[in-house]
Design a protein around this ligand. Structure first.
Ligand code: GLU
Length: 284
């Protein structure tokens, strides 16, 4: 019997230069694929044209190649696949699972504060009455599409059967079969006003289209997995296994972030560090 296919991916957004944390994530996924005799894909998450820049994308290819990684071609660039996300959105819309939300960011924040459980509560809204909605659409008002957790709950008969397999570890030490709690995310935005799609939707559609069997990424995205598991169920997409890995921290104990210029792979390289040294530092 041939071994089951193993496909994983690294999915950076070209909104800045890659840093040590990204290198750790990319190496973790790359080595997992190699150890399993599987495939390693790269995906450029560039739906937000206002924040993504071509020079950051070029730098991603350069930095990963410098690190010694190789990935399958063609690279999937989200900005070239808006039609795929649009189709998923239409499907959800036709089934009454999403609604138009005209609120501004501030109005959403205020609604969360007013919610019974206080500021920790994720946003839950509701569709507007049809005549008001029609009037606002007609008037050209901008809106986002939000997932309706209530409608999703009805469509699936509850969320109790939604689980995913954690093969790494969540931020609270979670492993094994995890009960998905999509309510953590609230009525998430699936299509932003300005962009026409949003992170969670693009990720689940792409993971399915790229045949990803194992999502390997940082623990900071553990909560996102709960939301994405629900979207997979609603869109009848396969559920990959998940391996959330630890987050690297700098000497000050803080996580690396795009604003830490000195820890970008370009700066490390410019300061004379070799890829071998960096891989060694990161435990590879
Ligand atoms: N593009 C996301 C990021 O750079 C990662 C998405 C994912 O791995 O699912 O944080």
């Amino acid at each position: 019997m041939s071994p089951p296919d193993f496909v994983t991916r690294f999915a950076p957004s070209p909104t800045g230069y890659l840093h040590r944390g990204h290198a750790f994530s990319a190496l973790t996924a790359f080595h997992a694929a190699r150890d399993a005799g599987g495939r390693f894909c790269l995906r450029i998450e560039d739906i937000d044209a206002t924040r993504c820049r071509p020079e950051y994308e070029t730098a991603i290819y350069e930095d990963l190649a410098w690190l010694g990684l190789a990935w399958e071609q063609p690279v999937r660039r989200q900005s070239q696949h808006m039609a795929d996300y649009g189709a998923a959105l239409r499907d959800l819309s036709e089934r009454g699972l999403i609604y138009r939300c005209f609120r501004t960011r501030r109005e959403v924040a205020e609604a969360i504060e007013r919610a019974p459980h206080g500021a920790m509560e994720a946003f839950r809204g509701a569709p507007l009455p049809p005549d008001e909605e029609a009037r606002r659409v007609e008037a050209g008002e901008a809106y986002a599409w939000r997932l309706s957790l209530d409608a999703a709950d009805r469509a699936l008969g509850g969320f109790a059967h939604l689980t995913f397999d954690e093969r790494g570890e969540g931020p609270g030490g979670e492993r094994g079969t995890i009960q998905a709690r999509p309510e953590l995310g609230g009525d998430v935005v699936l299509a932003r006003k300005d962009v026409g799609v949003a992170y969670h939707l693009a990720v689940v559609v792409d993971d399915a289209l790229q045949g990803v069997t194992e999502v390997i990424r940082g623990r900071d995205l553990f909560e996102a997995t709960h939301v994405q598991r629900l979207l997979q169920a609603l869109l009848a997409l396969p559920t990959p296994g998940y391996r959330h890995h630890r987050l690297l921290a700098g000497p000050d104990g803080k996580r690396y972030a795009k604003r830490d210029r000195a820890q970008t792979l370009r700066e490390l390289r410019a300061s004379g560090m070799t890829a071998d040294e960096l891989r060694g530092d990161l435990g590879f």
